[in-house]
Ligand binder design. Structure first.
Ligand SMILES: *[C@@H]1O[C@H](CO)[C@@H](O)[C@H](O)[C@H]1NC(C)=O
Length: 337
């Protein structure tokens, strides 16, 4: 009995020592496994990153994956140069979202809010664009005004910001569109080109009525005129004076594009503005003056847009709505301009 007790007493400290050793061992094993797990996650993250970079290089989904022209047999859905015309029902926005979301793109929307547009125009434009323009993407609104006092209070949703740019006048030029475009060109060079992947240029007298999403993104995007889409090409109000840089002969032309909206990559937008400026300067030298819209039509006649937006994207609500207009995305406020 006594011997047993003694032996227990002798073993006990040994056991305790053993216990400490075990604990140490366990602790080391635990620390080691933590390190292994951490390392594993680091490797996994690294692999994911490589994968992401790889995916980012993936091309935009093929047209046939998201665009089905057969869905709208009642309208022109593909141009002669095979560019898609985006009508309600022809596109699958979700397929494109998968691609563009991963790229984390930023889309710029420059709005002409110069003197000819009212304070209310700009207010309605921004409020409705905040609700419908490229929801879920980084958006920067570039508001071009003659005076800061013409900017309404602006409250924006997540991922949206805005910048206000002043339009500087030049005593040489009287054409307001020319002055606006000259300013816009300079702001694109100094700011916008460093901040966005795609850029839209719009006038303030429009109200977004429905979602204007990634189906509208492209290299160069032109807006079909609501009125002229339904008319004969020979009646289009193109510039018909052969001496003008905007000249398009009577037998020619594809569509009549509305100057209220155009967009694309920053480079394409810059190219269009530069060509317009060259044309307008040349016309002035020749004692002619064409409109900005006619120069824009000439530009797209020579350099065909890669994507066209149906008149649903810019509908004048004062017109009777024909059956082809399934969903008005933007309402054009024709009065007051
Ligand atoms: C996505 O882009 C925005 C704006 O450029 C940037 O602030 C944000 O950190 C980016 N997010 C990721 C996950 O890269």
């Amino acid at each position: 009995m006594l011997g047993k007790l003694l032996r227990t007493f002798l073993i006990l400290p040994k056991l305790k020592r053993l216990n400490i050793k075990w604990k140490m061992l366990l602790l080391i094993a635990f620390a080691l496994s933590l390190m292994v797990i951490k390392h594993h996650f680091r490797i996994k993250k690294y692999l994911q990153k490589i994968n992401l970079c790889w995916d980012q290089e993936a091309e935009e989904p093929q047209l046939s994956k998201w665009f089905n022209p057969k869905k709208r047999p009642d309208v022109i859905t593909t141009t002669g140069w095979l560019a898609p015309v985006i009508w309600q029902g022809t596109y699958d926005r979700q397929v494109l979202e998968k691609y563009y979301k991963r790229l984390n793109i930023t889309i710029g929307l420059a709005v002409d809010a110069s003197g000819k547009f009212s304070y209310q125009d700009l207010q309605q434009f921004i409020q409705s664009a905040n609700k419908h323009f490229m929801i879920g993407y980084n958006v920067i609104f570039y508001i071009l005004v003659d005076s800061f006092s013409r900017v309404p209070p602006i409250v924006l949703g997540p991922l949206r910001t805005f910048k206000v740019f002043l339009i500087f006048r030049d005593s040489m030029w009287e054409d307001l569109n020319f002055i606006y475009m000259k300013n816009l060109h300079d702001y694109i060079i100094t700011h916008i080109q460093h901040e966005v992947n795609f850029l839209f240029i719009m006038t303030a007298n429009q109200i977004f009525k429905d979602d204007f999403g990634v189906e509208t993104l492209g290299k160069s995007v032109a807006q079909l005129s609501a009125w002229w889409y339904f008319k004969n090409v020979k009646n289009f109000p193109y510039e018909r004076r052969s001496k003008s840089a905007a000249f398009i002969p009577f037998e020619e032309g594809d569509f009549y594009y509305h100057s209220a909206i155009f967009g694309g990559t920053v480079q394409e937008v810059l190219d269009l503005i530069t060509e317009y400026q060259k044309g307008a300067i040349q016309d002035t030298k020749n004692g002619l003056s064409s409109t900005y819209e006619r120069h824009l039509n000439k530009y797209f006649f020579i350099k065909k847009p890669t994507k066209l937006l149906s008149p649903e994207y810019n509908w004048d609500p004062s017109f009777r709505i024909p059956p082809q207009i399934k969903c008005v995305k933007i309402a054009w406020q024709s009065k007051g301009v």
